[in-house]
Design a protein around this ligand. Structure first.
Ligand SMILES: Cc1cc2nc3c(=O)[nH]c(=O)nc-3n(C[C@H](O)[C@H](O)[C@H](O)COP(=O)(O)O)c2cc1C
Length: 267
């Protein structure tokens, strides 16, 4: 399986076998995450492996995590200083690791709720702040690590996501389709795209007052910025698959009703 196929086959695995992955595989993963690409090179950020998943499970607390906790043999911890763009940067970085694991037939699940940020910081001894977790390992035997039919994924259509859908060439739609498949907190799929002159401008859709409040309370506002970072990684992989390169540039393309994130120049 290559990186592009991984985008379509990945799904969230929430029930894991207790069996740990071999130390050879864990060492390979550790090497990979040491050299992961950043979206913004100026942000002090990294991925810390938690090979002993129980250490993480012991920190799960609160009602949210009782209902939705995901116990896995291993986790990745996304760690970063907090400055402009750090959430998008972390989404971009950790999704690279998640897709790498998918390529290796390993199950994964992003985890944004019930995280004890400070406790993890002490346990794993890093200076920066805990941003997000991803669980990984093999799924329980009767389940599968992958989605057999990509069409079964619950996702919005491109016509909902591309602001000027009717004016966009098929080749660009194929690239954006890779971003459409990205995982997002509560499957909220906050990304929107506007294409013009070989550039895909990327936005988050602004919500009405009520939805805005819900997003704030549930931390969804923050998580949605991580989601967009994930979609940017997918966009880049989609472009490469269709023989294009992408350069992310801040074009400051503000638009009413949307929050501007960045622009992807196709080359
Ligand atoms: C930033 C982020 C946070 C998430 N947090 C959780 C979580 O706390 N618990 C959980 O079970 N799934 C979590 N998910 C997984 C999403 O619910 C899942 O990706 C989405 O429903 C789409 O389903 P799929 O991953 O199977 O394609 C999270 C995903 C993202 C991207």
């Amino acid at each position: 399986m290559d990186r592009f196929e991984a985008i379509y086959k990945r799904r969230s695995v929430r029930k894991y076998s207790e069996k740990k992955l071999s130390s050879t595989v864990l060492n390979e993963i550790e090497e990979k995450i040491k050299n992961i690409d950043k979206l913004y090179k100026n942000i002090d950020s990294k991925i810390v492996p938690a090979e002993d998943g129980e250490t993480i499970q012991k920190t799960f607390s609160g009602l949210k995590s009782k209902i939705a906790r995901v116990d896995a043999p291993h986790y990745l911890i996304g760690v970063s200083e907090e400055k402009a763009g750090y959430l998008e940067n972390m989404g971009y970085m950790l999704e690279d690791a998640v897709l790498y694991l998918t390529e290796k037939d390993i199950g994964t699940c992003w985890l944004g709720s019930g995280i004890e940020h400070d406790q993890l910081k002490d346990l794993f001894d890093y200076e920066e702040n805990t941003v997000i977790l991803a669980a990984f390992g093999d799924s329980v035997p009767d389940k599968n690590n992958f989605r057999k039919d990509p069409g079964s994924a619950s996702r919005k259509g491109l016509d909902d996501l591309i602001i000027n859908n009717e004016d966009v060439p098929k080749k660009v739609k194929d690239i954006i389709d890779a971003a459409r498949m990205a995982p997002s907190a509560l499957n909220s799929q906050p990304w929107r795209f506007l294409y013009k002159d070989e550039v895909i401008h990327v936005y988050i859709e602004k919500k009405g007052m009520f939805k805005k409040l819900v997003r704030k309370v549930g931390d969804l506002e923050k998580l949605n910025h991580i989601d967009v970072g994930i979609a940017l990684k997918h966009l880049e992989i989609g472009a490469r698959h269709h023989s294009k390169k992408i350069k992310f540039i801040d074009r400051g393309r503000r638009r009413k009703g949307y929050e501007y994130i960045t622009s992807a120049q196709l080359e």
